[in-house]
Design a protein around this ligand. Structure first.
Ligand code: SF4
Length: 322
């Protein structure tokens, strides 16, 4: 065992404190940020705080592996579509890969005991994640270490347990006091960052999952969503969404209003004639002055005009996530 460690770094205050503690302990560390498709963090800001300490930032992007755990999490979901236990296990596995690649001996995280529901709720979950990622006794959590079983780096004297902390619970006071002690001024508020915990986003993503369309998760960020049979229609709400949706013109059945450019839409699955007609009614509903809709699909170009207004009750019954 040596004094090299990988710090799982989310950019939040807790993991930044873990980096500071590790540096103060004289450990040789590299930080690892795991970029999932649903984690909104600005890498530049993450890097700035590490640069000040001369700590290298590594980024591991997990995409298809992550979608697989969302589809079928072994340990289930949290309150929304957040598969926290599976997610943490995957993150620990990635940290272990970097640990082995860099010749480091252990992992450090900023986890705080009993702070969050589900993933870090209790000692049992913390230890389960550790076991499943085959990192038993090799995860040092400096903020709560004194409340947890002794780890190998402590046992072997590489880390002095007396210099670690016994923080637990949801209060942020101890962490804020430590931030002051370490002169940390710029840090993110603990308001999350994981879109899977946000009900609006999770609801739209759940719907994509149900329709077997999770591979198009990027659409969960944009447009109005309408479920028509087992198909999903995405209608642009504003200019930037118009441009994104129009860029899929050649891939999906596409709808626009050529006489009065307003909104546009795509079906994420091949659509039937009836579905196309209904989609055109919806597109007209959101295009104030347009009278006709052009549909571009494998079957060629088709104009829908003289359509009846869609009934608002019907429209609302098809709408998702708003
Ligand atoms: S909140 Fe999101 S990123 Fe954090 S552990 Fe849960 S699923 Fe993973």
């Amino acid at each position: 065992m040596n004094n090299k460690a990988v710090v799982l770094y989310s950019g939040g205050l807790d993991s930044l404190l873990a980096v500071h503690i590790a540096v103060n302990l004289g450990l040789e560390i590299s930080a690892l940020f795991i970029k999932t498709p649903f984690y909104k963090k600005d890498i530049k800001t993450l890097k700035q705080n590490l640069d000040k300490l001369g700590v290298e930032l590594n980024i591991a992007e997990i995409d298809s592996e992550y979608l697989n755990i969302i589809k079928k999490p072994k340990y289930g979901y949290g309150k929304n579509l957040n598969p926290c236990l599976d997610c943490r296990i995957l993150m620990f596995e990635k940290a272990k890969e970097l640990m082995e690649k860099t010749g480091a001996s252990f992992i450090i995280t900023g986890e705080v005991l009993s702070q969050r529901p589900f993933s870090q709720r209790n000692k049992a979950n913390i230890l389960l994640i550790e076991k499943k990622s085959q990192l038993e006794n090799l995860v040092l959590r400096p903020l709560s270490a004194k409340l947890l079983p002794i780890t190998l780096p402590e046992k072997t004297g590489i880390v002095d347990r007396n210099k670690l902390y016994a923080i637990s619970g949801r209060s942020r006071k101890p962490q804020l006091a430590l931030a002051k002690l370490f002169n940390i001024e710029n840090f993110e508020t603990p308001a999350g960052g994981c879109l899977l915990t946000e009900p609006y986003f999770a609801n739209r993503l759940k719907n994509l999952l149900k329709l077997d369309l999770l591979e198009y998760y990027k659409f969960a960020h944009i447009g109005r969503h309408f479920v028509i049979d087992d198909n999903l229609l995405v209608v642009a709400r504003q200019k930037n969404e118009y441009d994104i949706i129009a860029s899929y013109k050649d891939k999906f059945d596409f709808f626009e209003t050529p006489d009065q450019p307003g909104t546009c839409a795509v079906f994420l699955k091949k659509s039937t004639k009836e579905q196309k007609k209904l989609a055109s009614q919806i597109v007209l509903r959101y295009s104030k002055k347009a009278k006709s809709v052009l549909c571009v699909s494998e079957e060629g170009h088709q104009i829908f005009e003289n359509l009846e207004n869609i009934d608002e009750e019907k429209l609302n019954s098809l709408k998702v996530g708003e």
